[in-house]
Ligand binder design. Structure first.
Ligand code: PLP
Length: 405
């Protein structure tokens, strides 16, 4: 890895996205190399012993480390402005690693009840089985986070903006609450990515990513990562990853590494299309409400502009007008079954625009009362905006609206 390409230097993020942490073999290839190997031949038994004991740098086995994965980690850390990052097999396994690394039985976590569905399940139910206590509070009401602090609170975990309703947390305010309580603040930065929002600059200690989304950017691979200080990554997270093995495949790391090169321009273009579509959706008679932080009608528009580099992100959600929940669900299904350019798919962050129905898919495993406190109704539709021409997306949605009975 060449010195000028290592993170921590003064290059602009646009440059780091393309140049940070290129690992080159002796052939000097210009594109990032893909080291698709599970093991590494050791020069001699003494060296192997020192490497396994951690007394000498060097790769041994790809569960423990791989040059392509290291490149991806360093490039993401450069973009987030953190000292270090650790890659995982998916976004959920990054959250699993975080919880295993930071929490033990008897510890307490505070989250919002409108977080990603699997996050609520993992922390509330799965870690609950191991004696980790959790309190789920309002996403937007900072006072509730403060009120939930207990002497055993170790972690505040926020996702901003949330999936799918795009509610924000004030990262700086939550960082103060966490630090006054002697706890850490982790932020799921999946929706904004470091192109829009850099949580450590606002006081967060740890950043969670699903690389599956905008970091890959073209809907190809599953990936995840945690970004933080060298100490946190090396001492609290790496030992767990080595033992538990939620390691990222080198191939997936390579795809994400290449995806990050175009992150900035993709986010700019997708945010701009999302804003245009959100404003247009507000005018449609079939739509009763639009959720998009870039709109002046969003209750936290001012915070979004300050915290997210003046951009609203690329996910727009909206409620379909309906008399009751049953009709709302039927209409949402009709819309999803009618659009053609916009696919029916629960992924997001792809250059292809995608529609989904959170209540029956990503949030389908939540109880009705969990869904209600998260505000996810049967008529709610999520549109993850890609790179198509806005006119074509509008035409596709219009023929979908026309089909609603
Ligand atoms: C998708 C997603 C995750 C989980 O990531 P996977 O890569 O699907 O495991 C976590 N948080 C948010 C906000 C997400 O959208």
């Amino acid at each position: 890895m060449t010195e000028e390409e290592r993170p921590g230097n003064t290059l602009h993020r646009d440059t780091l996205a393309v140049h940070a942490a290129v690992a080159r073999s002796q052939y000097g290839e210009n594109a990032e190399a893909l080291y698709l190997t599970s093991g590494y031949v050791q020069p001699d038994a003494e060296t192997a012993a020192r490497r396994f004991a951690g007394e000498e740098e060097g790769y041994t086995y790809s569960r423990l480390g791989n040059p392509t994965v290291t490149s991806m980690e360093l490039r993401l850390a450069a973009l987030e402005g953190t000292e270090a990052a650790i890659a995982t097999a998916s976004g959920m396994s990054a959250i699993l690693l975080m919880c295993m690394g930071l929490l033990k039985a008897g510890d307490h976590v505070i989250c919002s009840h409108s977080m990603f569905g699997s996050t609520i399940k993992l922390i509330g139910s799965e870690f609950g089985k191991f004696g980790v206590q959790s309190t789920f509070v309002s996403q937007t009401d900072t006072a509730q986070w403060q009120a939930a602090v207990q002497p055993n609170t170790r972690l505040l975990f926020a996702e901003t903006p949330t999936n799918p309703l795009t509610d924000l947390c004030d990262i700086r305010a939550l960082a103060d609450i966490a630090h006054n309580a002697g706890a850490l603040l982790a932020v799921d930065n999946c929706f904004c990515t470091p192109a829009l929002q850099r949580p450590v600059e606002l006081g967060a200690d740890l950043i969670v990513h699903s690389g599956t989304k905008y970091l890959d950017g073209q809907g190809r691979v599953m990936a995840g990562a945690l970004c933080g200080t060298e100490k946190l990554v090396k001492e609290s997270l790496l030992p767990v990853l080595r033992s538990a093995g939620m390691t990222l495949s080198p191939f997936n790391a390579w795809v994400v590494l290449k995806g990050m090169e175009t992150l900035g321009i993709r986010m700019d273009a997708q945010c701009q299309r999302a804003l245009e579509l959100a404003a247009w959706l507000e005018q449609q008679p079939q739509v009763s409400r639009v959720y998009y932080p870039g709109l002046a009608s969003h209750p936290q528009h001012a915070l979004a502009m300050a915290q997210q580099s003046g951009k609203g992100g690329a996910v727009v959600s909206f409620d379909l007008r309906a008399a009751d929940a049953q009709q709302a669900r039927a209409r949402a299904f009709q819309l999803l079954d009618t659009t053609r350019t916009i696919g029916l798919c629960t992924n997001l962050g792809d250059v292809k625009s995608l529609l989904s129905h959170p209540a029956s898919t990503s949030h389908g495993r939540l109880t009705e009362s969990q869904r209600q406190s998260a505000g996810i109704g049967q008529g709610l539709v999520r549109l993850a905006v890609g790179l198509e021409h806005v006119g074509d997306l509008q035409a596709d949605l219009l023929q979908g609206f026309a089909a609603l009975k």
